[in-house]
Write a protein that binds this ligand. Structure first.
Ligand SMILES: *Cc1c(COP(=O)(O)O)cnc(C)c1O
Length: 401
């Protein structure tokens, strides 16, 4: 480790609350799908800061929009109008089919908003419903409401009691979902592709069961697209690809391309039951965040980035599957577009370290899964180069066993 790196680690270990176990790398700049550490080493980024840097690093248009807005006016609060929140909501409505947006600052806040709006909907209708149905292996965030619909005991137990009115059902088990849903269910919440849970897409049969459970019980459907939404899978939203029509969609991660912003997208039916003052946020949807998100949407839609993800994603999948088939310890490859999990027969953490040594950034989730969420701007040639490095890391991982 360099002297600079030693300094950084020592200071953090003394002053920063120790909630993160970090890899021993300090990144100082980036360009497209490449980032550089304090020693000037180059890495290909197959993680984008956990699905955030959709436009890659130091994207010229995003950098310009953020700099220009910072020099003009960053924040005024939701007590006043500004030009960009309505524009952003309009664009998100066109993309999602849900006509209204509430802005916040993160994924977990977007989920919290959806849960509150679902409760509010039933309360306003004069037939309050308390219950939520969520999936095993789900991850929806770290605040109390989102944590209550997150299944992992490791995240939950130190903070219990959480919301008592959550029922968990087995992912992709239609029968258990159909028997859990009732007239007490305010909403069913699901990630169309479980992200932290190991990149597990919902099956079409289970998606059909969600639609059936909602129509029988009247329950709302919340699609948590914080990770899978906004072009990540080559579709605007993966719930639509599964044939689902959510009443609420939570988004975050890629929305600001690195500037923190999230949103709850809401159907008219639900929006009609929301009153002034029901929910709010000091920062939510400020000028800076909206300018950044507008820039991301311009790239995704006007400049055809979602269509590009579709094309490059197919290439990525072909190369990834060919690579995986060479390694006997790979038991499954799952995902869509540019959202992939490589599931191993053993703990995947050493792959992350082996990747960093070879100049490729990935992460591990659900113990055995190597997660790949490259910037959406990645090209076929960059994908080949990055997967070549990952292949070398997997070979070293296999040899070390
Ligand atoms: C990351 C994530 C969240 C939480 O987002 P934060 O911005 O970390 O609060 C919620 N839901 C899903 C599906 C996620 O992937």
């Amino acid at each position: 480790m360099t002297v600079v790196m030693d300094d950084i680690v020592t200071r953090e270990s003394q002053y920063v609350l120790q909630t993160y176990r970090r890899s021993p790398v300090t990144f100082v700049r980036g360009n497209g799908v490449r980032v550089y550490d304090a020693d000037g080493r180059e890495y290909l980024d197959l993680l984008s800061g956990i699905g955030v840097a959709a436009l890659g690093h130091a994207h010229p248009a995003l950098a310009r929009a953020v700099a220009e807005q910072a020099q003009t006016l960053i924040h005024t609060s939701n007590l006043f109008y500004h030009p960009y929140q309505g524009q952003l909501a309009e664009r998100l409505a066109a993309l999602s089919g849900l006509p209204r947006a509430f802005f916040c600052n993160s994924g977990t806040e977007a989920v919290e908003a959806c849960l509150k709006f679902a409760r509010r909907y039933w309360h306003s209708k004069g037939e309050p419903r308390a219950e939520f149905i969520a999936l095993d292996e789900s991850f929806h965030g770290r605040t109390f409401g989102s944590l209550s619909v997150t299944s992992d005991a490791h995240y939950r137990e130190p903070f219990e009691p959480l919301l008592p009115t959550v029922r968990f059902v087995k992912t992709n088990d239609a029968a258990s979902l159909l028997s859990a849903a009732s007239r007490a269910t305010a909403a069913i919440i699901a990630e169309p592709i479980l992200g932290e849970g190991g990149i597990r897409p919902l099956t079409p049969a289970f998606a059909a069961a969600i639609a059936e459970a909602c129509s029988k019980s009247g329950a709302l459907f919340i699609a948590d697209e914080v990770q899978s939404g906004l072009g990540r899978t080559g579709q605007p939203f993966y719930s639509r690809a599964l044939g689902l029509q959510p009443h609420l969609i939570s988004i975050g991660k890629a929305l600001g391309g690195g500037v923190p912003v999230g949103a709850a997208l809401v159907s008219q039916e639900v929006a009609d039951q929301i009153k002034f003052g029901d929910h709010g946020s000091t920062y939510g949807g400020n000028l800076l965040a909206c300018r950044a998100a507008l820039c991301v949407l311009e790239e995704l839609v006007d400049r055809g980035l979602i269509a590009q993800v579709n094309r490059v994603g197919r290439h990525f999948e072909t190369r990834l599957r060919a690579m995986a088939s060479k390694h006997a310890f790979v038991r499954d490859v799952r995902g869509a577009g540019l959202m992939w999990g490589v599931d191993l027969t053993r703990e995947a953490a050493p792959v992350v370290a082996a990747g960093l040594e070879r100049g490729v950034i990935v992460n591990r989730t659900a113990d055995t899964v190597v997660r790949l969420l490259p910037p959406l701007v990645i090209t076929e040639a960059e994908a080949d180069e990055a997967l070549g490095r990952l292949d070398a890391a997997l070979t070293a991982f296999g040899a070390a066993a």
